[in-house]
Design a protein around this ligand. Sequence first.
Ligand code: ADP
Length: 411
Amino acid sequence: MVEANGDELAELESLDNGKPLKLAKVVDVPETVAHFRHFAGWPERVYGDVLPVHQDGMLCYTRKEPVGVCGQIIPWNFSLLMASWKLAPALAAGCTTVLKPAEQTPLSALRLGELALEAGIPPGVVNVVTGDGETGAALVDHEGVDKLAFTGSTEVGREIGSKAGRSLKRLTLELGGKSPNIILPDADLDAAVKGSFQAIYFNTGQACNAGSRLFVQRDQFDDVVSALADRAGKTRVGPGLDPATQLGPVVSAEQRQRVLSYIDAGRDQGAELVVGGGSAVVGGGPSLESDGGYFVEPTVFTATDDSLKVAREEIFGPVLVAIPYESLEEVAARANDTDYGLAAGVWTRSLTNAHRLASLLKAGSVYVNCWGEVDPGAPFGGYKASGVGREHGREGLEAYLETKTVWAKLG
Ligand code: ADP
């Protein structure tokens, strides 16, 4: 039903979030469909084991049971897709759920709730509740909720995590990132530039796994930065419903202000602004706000100091910080010098270097000669302050199951 109503869902997503309609059609909707399809295959594969325990005459087995009522809180960057990441495993495990979309982007989740009812999911199994952080907090605090699943900022994640620590609710968190993307000297530079551009500017930089810290070996640094700046300068920024738009606005005035203040901090602290750096001015249209929409120019900074705010903190907007390095060992250590650990990338033609870095980088996903690949069956989640637990596949499903061990004395 998501597939059949894909055009409508894509349009709702574009209206709500501002993302290009084309992006919603080729990414958000089909990946949501893939997620439901994947988890639709799990229910008949959820089973326990018979255990060869040492006691005579004892039957010992495990049952996998649904964890219960889930409170699921999602952000505004991929509302429909994040709803599927939450609902599909919960339903496959046999849970009921209360899903709270972000206050900025409630429409696609509400429509998904209607479709769930139309699809025959019994009333009360999938519940969509709109509201802001207060509503989210009420869900987190509610005694009837057994498991919390949250995707959003690390700040709110910490708060939910501490509450779950006290109430001992089950918990998964998918939080922020400041993901390092490393171009080695032996890389295919054209592919690395194209991929690194996508890594940061996809969804206007509003992706938790955005490749926002780009490390380039000193000898190639200037060439790579100028190629990226060239692309950024040519990118067409505009409203989501305009078919010519390549980069949509950020989600809200508040988010634009946040991104612009990071850009100011970058300038103030001595990062060099190569391209962008301001609100993009885009021709008005009937669906735009009076000030022309929440557009931000694709921005590239260079910096040599890893301690700058723009090099350490998650900006969640179209802002890249490029940083030169000398050696592989040095870049691995600098890449890992962050509170976060959601994703990391390596561009190289050397198998040895690829897998050496893949093992050295402390991140939940490592991309080699690509960026941002996802699959409903491939675990996704963070090391360190980027999260707790994993979503997708068996590990994602396990987060919605309890294991019960049954001991039966037979004789
Ligand atoms: P962002 O800063 O990107 O908007 P947030 O982490 O604030 O991300 O928001 C992500 C989701 O968490 C939204 O659905 C929001 O309403 C919800 N939320 C915000 N604050 C809280 C809170 N204190 N408790 C529970 N949910 C919250």
